[in-house]
Design a protein around this ligand. Structure first.
Ligand SMILES: NC(=O)c1ccc[n+]([C@@H]2O[C@H](COP(=O)([O-])OP(=O)(O)OC[C@H]3O[C@@H](n4cnc5c(N)ncnc54)[C@H](O)[C@@H]3O)[C@@H](O)[C@H]2O)c1
Length: 267
């Protein structure tokens, strides 16, 4: 297995931190030119500076804005030409700033779906026509172990990730005749700003967790539900993405690769 991405052009959403940053760096390390996009252009700039030997482009792109998505993809197409790889990583655990405001259910569901589901849809639609014309393309969407059945939470986040999984399967079927691979990754528990915010909330609510360091509290929150007993790293997930967007995975489509230490086995 080579995971050779030399000469490929990739775009990653939410590339300024967490798994988006790890994915951008690994795709670049494997030879791809990478467009790093995020809500604010300054967030992925530091990540882009760490990337050597391939081309990078940093663009501001809020995945909830049709205008910004169009502007960003147009910029890429007019300067670099076609994209080979799209990684839809951007996502939120709930409407930003509303994590604990249960009363704002409508806002939470609308905002979470607008980012996690329609954000994926907007970016896929931006590349599909050109990928179909070339009969080549790789798309990876970020879902979650939370998107699978038999989880306690039926909240907006879990349901949005279930929608991403269903959308991924349907799109994979539709685009298979064009040799376009569409897959998902389902991370389990990964220490990123996403989990740092969640851990801070759990520590504030639980005095026992509050006595631990944030990372210890994160591990303590998840350890029991992960059969392998350890959390995953952003790099673990990036490796799964790099495989799925490579030609080594050319006959894999419509699948979800779980990077969760076996958590899915509990369902
Ligand atoms: N961390 C975990 O344990 C975990 C587990 C399962 C799934 N996930 C999923 O993995 C993906 C990455 O998670 P992470 O942990 O790296 O999160 P993170 O919060 O650390 O990073 C998310 C990135 O998405 C960007 N983003 C948010 N809203 C956006 C918008 N409207 N437009 C463009 N970018 C936007 C953020 O600015 C940030 O760069 C998400 O889709 C998340 O739901 C995370």
């Amino acid at each position: 297995m080579l995971i050779d991405l030399k000469g490929k052009k990739a775009l990653v959403t939410g590339a300024g931190m967490g798994m988006g940053a790890a994915v951008s760096k690994l795709l670049a390390q494997q030879g791809a030119d990478v467009v790093l996009t995020d809500l604010k252009a300054e967030w992925p700039e530091g990540v882009a500076k760490e990337i050597k030997g391939v081309k990078t482009m940093v663009l501001e792109m809020d995945v909830t804005s049709n205008d910004q998505v169009k502007r960003a993809f147009d910029k890429v197409f007019s300067t670099w030409g076609d994209l080979d790889i799209l990684v839809n990583n951007a996502g939120v655990s709930s409407a930003p700033g509303r994590e604990s405001v249960n009363a704002d259910r409508e806002i939470d569901w609308d905002t979470t779906f607008n980012i996690n589901v329609k954000g994926v849809l907007r970016c896929c639609e931006a590349v599909i026509t050109r990928m179909k014309a070339r009969k080549y393309g790789k798309i990876v969407n970020f879902a979650s172990q939370a998107g699978h059945a038999a989880r306690k939470s039926g909240g907006a986040y879990a349901v949005s990730k279930a929608a991403v999984l269903r959308y991924t399967k349907g799109l994979a079927f539709e685009l298979a005749p064009f040799s376009i691979n569409v897959n998902a990754v389902c991370p389990g528990a990964v220490w990123t700003p996403f989990q740092q915010r969640g851990t801070a909330r759990r520590q504030a609510a639980d005095p026992e967790l509050g006595k631990l360091s944030p990372y210890e509290a994160f591990v303590a929150s998840y350890k029991a539900i992960i059969p392998m007993g350890r959390p995953q790293s952003p790099e673990d997930v990036a490796k799964a993405v790099a495989f799925l967007v490579s030609d080594d995975a050319c006959n894999i489509t419509g699948q979800c690769l779980h990077v969760d230490g076996g958590t899915i086995l509990r369902d």
